[in-house]
Design a protein around this ligand. Structure first.
Ligand code: NAG
Length: 611
């Protein structure tokens, strides 16, 4: 007995003896590699020795290494006179590495590629000799960042707008650098400390930072607004008075012109009914010229007003100004329920779609900016990325990419639907469902994350991949307008109980599936304003009754074989389960996506198609 116990103990001991160094060996190797590219590291790293593991529990045997639960969690190598290269790639191999602090050393050059450490919480590099511009998108993958200290370096260029993504940011120290330009608008809900002092920043301090003390902003000559002095116009001399007079005069003329145009447009809008883009092609030069004129004038007359230029939401995009966008040959693609849509091709640049919204006047500016940035940060294969927007109290422009194959509605109902064979339609439905699921995940606080899902808002790119457009707009559209026009408010639950639900977008998805398979235009959608759910439910009944046979499918849909019809029927049934009038019986988004993913182009060889 005793002998066996001894043997067991010996084995355990052997295991521990072998296993601990084995487990930590790779961490040690990684750290030693990290050390390799540092300079002046002699004195410090005597404890960095491969014969001892860096971490045991919370104890660190290697100076400067932070440990928890036996693994490396961070590094604090402040005040060491270090220089050389910070090997971020090495650090990225440590899966739980969350904190890097190298304050008061002699590192220089560009900010190292810390964006590779997407889960980093603390990055403290104050009091070094870093320099150069920081890419505007640098922080776009760093959602966990809590503390960012870059103060007392020589950074220049603008403050990266991608910091907006770091919603957990608590402390931001950028003071004592050479940052220039405006402080970007950032709404950081948890921020408790900022310091922008002693840079070359200018313009108005965003309202989201105005509760911080003046000592967070001092030493920037061009900075104004709360808590510093208000941004007022300089004293008017006679000449400036004359100039202001001329500009104001021009602005008044422009406003008069816009009023006349708007009157004319109102008349045109009352005739607008169809939502099918291509049926309304005409030239938009007059409208856009007027808008451009008005904008240019207002820019001149109120220099400090920030809302008069396009606000870009993506860092990877080419920048352009409103004037060049409006100068570009623009054509009206159509007028939907919100307003007109224009297509504008920049000089050998991308082709863009500009949508003009006039029913977003009830939402505050800050809230609008915040929501647009949120939408702009969404990135999914099946969403049309929102590139930029333009804000004015009475109208908004949203700028997105133009998609080559226009929309699902155009292919189904205008172009004769032959272009869409069964394989393409299935791909489109899958893309629509995936994009929608993504919206559910990314906008969990919106009851109806899409809100306006219909075939004319499903755009198709060159390879017939589906992309959602006009999603996530419910929070910024005026309520009365939304209730009258948006798809969510045509749902049976809204018509019956005045409520929309987490399954409302699923209902719209169901309608879209039925429409895609039958090639029939949902009748209830065409009527503006009052439609009752009987219309649409009745439409579903009429185009795809409970006991549907393959007869119901669009006659123009190519690629139908006996092997595919079973799968088509399966998809139709999913569509019908999605547009159940009874919310309780309706599938939820997860189930809907799961089932749609199971549909294949044709039954398998072993024929499990359930028809
Ligand atoms: C910000 O930094 C400046 C310059 O280093 C300093 O004088 C000021 O006190 C700091 N402000 C705050 C709020 O800590």
């Amino acid at each position: 007995m005793a002998c066996r116990r001894l043997l067991l103990l010996l084995l355990l001991f052997l295991f521990l003896f072998l296993a601990v160094p084995c487990l930590s060996r790779s961490e040690a190797d990684i750290l030693l590699q990290f050390k390799e590219s540092l300079e002046n590291a002699k004195g410090l790293f005597t404890t960095w020795n491969a014969s001892v593991p860096p971490c045991l529990g919370y104890r660190s045997f290697w100076e400067g290494v932070i440990c928890a639960n036996g693994t490396v969690r961070g590094m604090n190598i402040n005040d060491r006179g270090l220089s050389g290269i910070i090997d971020v790639d090495a650090l990225s191999e440590l899966p739980l590495f969350r904190s890097f602090s190298a304050v008061n050393n002699s590192f220089e050059g560009d900010l190292p590629a810390f964006y590779r450490l997407g889960a980093l919480k603390n990055l403290k590099l104050s009091r070094n000799k870093f320099s150069g511009e920081i890419d505007d998108a640098f922080f776009s993958g760093m959602r966990s960042l809590k503390k960012l200290y870059l103060s007392h370096n020589n950074f220049e260029g603008t403050i990266p707008a991608s910091l907006i993504i770091s919603k957990r940011l608590l402390e931001l120290k950028l003071n004592d650098n050479a940052f220039e330009g405006k402080i970007p608008y950032m709404k950081l809900p948890r921020i408790v400390f900022v310091n922008f002092s002693d840079n070359h920043l200018e313009g108005e301090i965003p309202q989201t930072f105005s509760h911080f003390p003046a000592s967070s902003f001092q030493g920037n000559e061009g900075l104004c607004g709360k808590p510093l002095k208000p941004c007022i116009m300089p004293e008017l001399s006679l000449i400036t008075l004359i100039i202001v007079g001329i500009v104001v005069g021009a602005a008044v003329l422009a406003i008069l012109a816009v009023i006349i145009i708007l009157r004319q447009r109102k008349r045109a809008d009352s005739e607008e009914g169809s939502q099918l883009p291509s049926s309304h092609r005409r030239t938009a030069s007059v409208d856009l010229d007027q808008l451009e004129h008005a904008s240019v004038c207002s820019v001149d007359s109120t220099k400090s007003e920030p809302g008069l230029r396009l606000t870009f939401l993506r860092d990877d995009r080419e920048r352009f100004d409103l004037a060049s966008l409006l100068k570009a040959s623009a054509e009206i693609l159509g007028s939907g329920v919100f307003g007109s849509t224009y297509k504008a091709a920049l000089n050998d640049g991308p082709v863009l779609v500009v949508k003009r919204f006039r029913q977003m006047t009830n939402v505050g500016k800050e809230e609008f900016y915040e929501h647009m940035r949120r939408l702009g940060s969404l990135d999914h294969k099946n969403l049309v990325p929102l590139a930029a927007f333009y804000y004015r109290k009475e109208e908004k422009l949203l700028v997105a990419d133009y998609e080559q194959n226009v929309s699902l509605a155009v292919h189904l109902h205008v172009n004769g639907s032959e272009s869409l064979d069964w394989a393409r339609r299935l791909k489109i439905v899958k893309g629509v469902a995936r994009g929608l699921m993504f919206l559910y995940e990314e906008l969990p606080d919106l009851i109806v994350p899409h809100g306006h899902l219909k075939s004319s808002n499903v755009l198709l790119d060159a390879s017939f991949e589906a992309l959602h457009a006009d999603y996530g707009l419910l929070p910024v559209v005026n309520m009365d307008h939304a209730q009258e026009h948006m798809i969510a408010y045509k749902s049976p639950e809204y018509r019956r109980s005045g409520r929309i639900s987490k399954k409302t977008d699923v209902w719209a998805l169901g309608i879209l599936i039925v429409e895609t398979l039958t090639g029939k235009l949902p009748s209830g959608f065409l009527q503006q304003g009052k439609s009752n759910d009987a219309d649409i439910a009745g439409w579903v009944q009429s185009v795809a009754p409970e006991d549907s046979t393959p007869e119901v499918f669009d006659k123009n849909m190519k690629g139908r074989t006996p092997e595919s019809e079973g799968q088509m029927m399966k998809l139709l049934k999913i569509g019908l389960r999605c547009c159940e009038v009874d919310v309780l019986k309706r599938l939820d988004m997860n189930e809907a996506l799961e089932r749609i993913e199971e549909v294949r182009e044709r039954d398998d060889g072993d024929g499990d198609g359930d028809g």
